[in-house]
Ligand binder design. Sequence first.
Ligand code: PMP
Ligand code: GLN
Length: 398
Amino acid sequence: MASAWKAERVRSATTTIFAEMSALAVSTGSVNLGQGFPDTDGPAFMLDEARAAIAAGVNQYPPGRGIAPLRQAIAAHSRRHYGLEYDPDTEVLVTTGATEALAAAILAFVDPGDEVVALEPFYDSYAASIDLAGGKRVGVGVFGPEFRLDHAELAAAFSSRTKLVLLNSPHNPTGVVLDRADLTEVARLAVAHDVLVVCDEVYEHLVFDDAEHLPLATLPGMRERTIRISSSGKTFSATGWKIGWALGPAELVGEVTAVKQFLTYVSGAPFQPAVARALDEGDAWVEGNRRSLQGKRDRLAAGLRSVGLEPVLPRGTYFLTTDVRPLGYADGVEFCRDLPRRCGVVAIPHQVFYDDLEAGRPYVRWAFCKQDEVLDEAVRRLARLREPRAAGLAERVG
Ligand code: PMP
Ligand code: GLN
């Protein structure tokens, strides 16, 4: 229940599904395959660097845009991986995670009544930040069972009120990685409608098989109208550090910076040199982690299949999706509510990411960024799904 004072603008802002499900996992002793965070640390040299920074007194406000070595490392990373050049002094901003970069960009560019085109399902902070800005989200369905972007539907989402496209690839929660044909269409529409694009690329390095992450900004005509956002949380398994960044043309990054100043002012001083070092020296670690995650994806997929859940194999991110209907559930929310009691496992219902609830109803998201033994234990527990539903419950109650 909201208080009588709660602002209409933040009506969608309640406890996030991730926080709620992680708390449920702790209170029920469940294996947590809900919230997306790894259960192992990032590169040891990065952790050492942060400890050393604290010991050396790097504990006061850093510069508003981030320390120079980190901005330089972010720009060098972009050049090395994608051939995209940014000036570390004017075109790079360090933020408090990708979440703040997204919020600051949306607040900087969206006026009340402006439309924001985004792939649906949407990551939860998109809805909240668009609401905060008074904007209107317009979803382009990447819906099951195919989970594919329909170009005609994408084109139909644009109108004279479209101000911004918010593009997430690799895409949470579906694991879809947009290909060159998809991106070419986004670019064509963005130029035709003269809109800005904010690209959420936090899973840029978590791509599998033959999938490749292609930043939209590499396409002709796009660099000047694109803000690229990423974060050390996913790339270096440090989701609690909240060091993210935004890259783009100086004028646009300046406008995002102006808003960021009044959200948090600056971000995590002692973590900044550590992330700078990880970006400069961590490519081999990142590649090893990517390969390991691909193995974990296949391990959990095989386990889910063994209990009667056919996974949609993601080409990116660290999330798998299954349809729960073969197990006699019509609804992923009901399934996820039952799961901790019935099996001692937590997962996330897709529905929380949709405006079109029907489209998300049967799907559930499973995080596989966990140690192999944790994934195996989850699958062992999920074997109870093979028992008749009522009997499973009765056994626990009785
Ligand atoms: N965008 C997407 C698609 C995400 O899944 C997440 C969660 N990592 C974020 C943004 C937020 O990233 P951060 O933790 O760096 O704020
Ligand atoms: N990005 C993470 C996920 O999708 C959650 C981050 C959060 O809890 N805000 O699971």
